[in-house]
Design a protein around this ligand. Sequence first.
Ligand code: ADP
Ligand code: MG
Length: 257
Amino acid sequence: MAGGISIANIEKAFGATRVLSGVSLDVREGEFLSLVGPSGCGKSTLLRIIAGLERQDAGNIAIAGKPMDHLLPRERNVAMVFQNYALYPHMTAGENIATPLVMSRLSLFERLPLLGHLSPRRNAIAAGVAKDVRRVAQQLHIEALLDRRPGQLSGGQRQRVALARAMVREPAAFLMDEPLSNLDAKLRVHMRDELSELHRRLGATFVYVTHDQVEAMTMSNRVALMDGGEVLQLGTPTELYARPRSLKVAEFIGSPT
Ligand code: ADP
Ligand code: MG
């Protein structure tokens, strides 16, 4: 299920530091939208607010038309992919991918370490999850890596595992926070193509945070340029490049001036 994201008048401050001053933005269902802007302009904060990992001071988030503001992160049907992969080091790749899915399918009782094993449903759930893990592992070409721990994987392989973990729950939207920034330049270019391909295949909504304007301009349907706690301009890569609304936009995008 895909869903657009409506971001309305989001405000956020950390103490005296105002980070978002009324950000409004509609992410269309199924589009690849990049949030770009200089370091510290609030991109990660906005993404975390959409995911429910951070609470806004004012404004509203809705996904697929449904208000999100009272919902916990796991109730929002979005998956977050982080720059540092955020994998559990003591679990295998396969377990890392399976864990959120197992948790979402087990009842509260069944999650209890000892009592849970008494549940007759548990084996069936585990078998179903194993099948889903194999399916996404196949799509991302990591089937041979499922028994390895993160420490035994390269950066690119870890990022694929993190993507698989996000995909396995079939979220309405993927929220990605600089997912390629820890990879070397060559792999980064390769993974760009893979992510674009993945987006086409899944048809899901992607919100992609990056400070790399080339990445944003080549991968996105639309780009939102943020600075000073606001969206300065939102448009297709061509629009931003050819018709920057201000000098700041032109400079960031690298338009001819
Ligand atoms: P970006 O992702 O665009 O680089 P961030 O959203 O991470 O920017 O941060 C925006 C601003 O908010 C920065 O000045 C940062 O220091 C501040 N900030 C982010 N998270 C916190 C936090 N938990 N506590 C205090 N300040 C924060
Ligand atoms: Mg950030």
